[in-house]
Ligand binder design. Structure first.
Ligand code: ZN
Ligand code: ZN
Length: 642
């Protein structure tokens, strides 16, 4: 810096300053390297005042733009650019790069278009700035605009390739996330091809982005293959793979990869935890969640608000509400996500009053509730049938908090009112909704019609749903259940025929249970598990004990699209029953059994599980598609209201 000052000083006081540009260009370059804004500005004004011939030259002006940009003044850079008499490609590239560097990607992209409109051909330097700018825009924007910019990035990349411009690792690292975001697998594969041609797969950043692209485009197999071939792996590569497995539903693989990462000596960060914890939550993998909690503490991430909130969510979803609360209480700082996770945890586990209590503490603590907070509160009310409270919160949302109702809130209200038996009021409520009632609204209503055996309204709603969402198996199943409950067997057969003719398939029921720190999955009637024989023997034994205790299997309620004679057999072998039997065989007596199911627990399994909890003297926690059932001593926490 001193050297620069000296040079500048000598220059400014000499009576015969050099008249060629090279000295000044060199000085500006020194300013760039030293980040010396005021000295750069001095040189600029000196040259301008002295009226050197080169002062207006494109080369010198380009250097000025570059200097101002690198020394942090976009305003000055832009001024120089705007006053230029003759611009060349370098001028455009320099100003575009400046806008990108100063986090104005939108302006960078706009200038890129302007440059082409007036006939300049972009070169590799232009693309090197514009591509990341497009990708950045895509990341900043939401919804349609986001896709617009991501598309733009892809388009620009194509343009770049057809112009024969070579790509480098920076280009690849910015175009791959764009492909990932758009789910543009084919283009991503083309990019993969180019990467191989350029020999850039050994670049860990490029390779990680490539694996991430495959994972996000749903080709997790390909991602895994590349990941295994990677000559080098860093934290980003591991995170991409863990998140990829988790998002593609391969939760076991996500957990396995997390373990491998730790064995490889790579320390997880908050991003890792933020993807692995929801994976545990989804599987109800509590033991593994507890292990991860341990790593979080060891890694010093306990005070990270996002990580702690993910922990609360994980504990809540694994049915361990006390642990969730403990984590919540330990947090020194909380944001709205932490509060929402706690409210949701209580609501899902059937502790509705606690959910409302904690919600009331939120505002006094300085955190303003948001849309999600109210969705959790209404969810809590609907699970416990708290009609008055639910209506009050629904109204207060707008009047006291100025939060506009979204579809989620309406769904909760429809669920709350209709399940409590106010079917006519609910119908009125739906008709008066300012938003268009979506399928899920009518679905909730149909389920309530079934619960309250209202055939008229049920059939009416089912007809509406056949129109709105003709391929939804749930409508057919609910309607056939309504008919079955009142013994209208002809209609049951008709609905079943409609289903077969329309090629509509039920989503298969599936349950998960953790045992020996791995997650085991079961489908209805599943015989693929290595312990199948023991599991079925256990169920048979339980069936006898249950019958002796007074259980009789349902004849109508669980009848789906299964023929009468197969029905009883199937009821015994629903996925949750298989998972429970597995749990009984593989966990120490007295411990809690935790099962996760993808659909609603059927009435028969619900009753059977109550009997089993009493017979074996164990607590059984079943999480179905939207709530928890804590079975204990022949009772369920939901009070048979689900
Ligand atoms: Zn069942
Ligand atoms: Zn229950």
């Amino acid at each position: 810096m001193d050297q620069l000052k000296d040079m500048l000083h000598t220059l400014l006081i000499t009576h015969k300053p050099p008249g060629d540009s090279s000295t000044y260009l060199q000085l500006l370059q020194t300013c760039i390297l030293k980040n010396a804004f005021s000295q750069g500005k001095k040189i600029h004004s000196f040259v301008a005042q002295t009226r050197f011939a080169f002062a207006a030259s494109t080369t010198f002006q380009n250097k000025l733009i570059n200097m101002y940009d690198k020394c942090g003044s976009l305003v000055y850079a832009r001024k120089v650019f705007e006053h230029m008499k003759v611009r060349n490609v370098v001028s455009w590239n320099t100003i575009i790069a400046a806008y990108r560097r100063h986090e104005c990607p939108q302006k960078a992209v706009a200038l890129f278009h302007q440059m082409q409109r007036i006939g300049f051909q972009p070169d590799q330097f232009t693309f090197a700035s514009v591509l990341p700018a497009c990708a950045k825009m895509g990341a900043l924007e939401q919804g349609y605009a986001q896709n617009g910019f991501v598309e733009k990035a892809l388009e620009t990349f194509k343009q770049m390739q057809s112009a024969g411009v070579k790509s480098d690792s920076t280009t690849f690292a910015s175009i791959l996330p764009a492909c990932a975001k758009m789910g543009a697998l084919e283009q991503g594969m083309d990019v993969h091809q180019s990467i191989m041609e350029e020999g850039l797969f050994s670049d860990v950043v490029v390779a990680s982005a490539l694996a991430d692209m495959y994972a996000k485009c749903g080709r997790i197999d390909k991602a895994g293959e590349l990941f295994n071939k990677m000559p080098q792996k860093n934290l980003v590569s591991w995170n991409a793979m863990i998140a990829g497995y988790a998002q593609n539903g391969f939760v076991e693989k996500a957990l396995e990869t997390f373990k491998q990462m730790q064995m490889a000596g790579v320390k997880p960060n908050s991003t890792t935890f933020a993807s692995i914890l929801p994976a545990c939550a989804r599987m109800g993998a509590l033991e593994q969640g507890i292990d991860i909690h341990q790593s979080i503490m060891e890694g010093g991430f306990s005070s990270d608000v996002a990580v702690a909130s993910a922990l609360i969510d994980m504990y809540g979803k694994c049915g361990s509400i006390d642990k969730a609360r403990e984590t919540f209480d330990r947090m020194s700082q909380r944001d709205v996500v932490s509060w929402n996770a706690m409210i949701a945890g209580y609501a899902q586990n059937g502790f509705s009053k606690d959910a409302l209590k904690i919600f009331e503490l939120m505002k006094p603590s300085g955190i303003y509730p948001n849309i999600v907070s109210f969705a959790c509160v209404l969810f809590a009310c609907s699970h416990a049938g708290l009609v008055d409270e639910g209506c009050t919160y629904f109204n207060r949302m707008y009047t006291a908090y100025c939060i506009t109702h979204t579809v989620d809130h309406y769904v909760c209200m429809v669920d709350l009112l209709s399940r409590a038996g106010y079917l006519d009021d609910t119908l009125n409520f739906i008709i008066k909704m300012p938003l268009k009632p979506v399928v899920i609204v009518w679905m909730c209503f149909l389920a309530a019609c079934r619960l309250h055996m209202n055939i008229g309204l049920g059939v009416f709603t089912a007809m509406l749903l056949f129109d709105l969402d003709p391929k939804n198996a749930a409508t057919y199943v609910l309607l056939s259940n309504i008919y079955a409950e009142v013994g209208m067997w002809g209609e049951v057969r008709m609905v079943r025929r409609l289903m077969t003719d329309g090629g509509i398939k039920k989503i298969p029921g599936c349950s998960w249970i953790e045992g020996h720190k791995t997650v085991h999955a079961f489908c209805a009637g599943d015989r693929s598990h290595p312990q199948t024989r023991e599991i079925y023997a256990k169920l048979e034994k339980l069936a006898w004990e249950m019958k002796a205790a007074g259980y009789s299997s349902y004849s109508t309620q669980s009848l789906n699209d299964v023929e009468q004679e197969e029905k009883e057999l199937f009821l015994c072998h629903h996925s949750e029953k298989l998972a429970i039997a597995f749990g009984l065989l593989n966990t120490p007596s007295g411990t809690t059994i935790r099962v996760v199911k993808n659909l609603r627990v059927c009435a028969d399994c619900h009753t059977a599980t109550k009997f089993i909890s009493k017979i074996v003297g164990r607590e059984i926690v079943v999480r179905d598609w939207n709530r928890f059932h804590h079975f204990k001593q022949g009772q369920c926490s939901c009070g048979d209201y689900w």
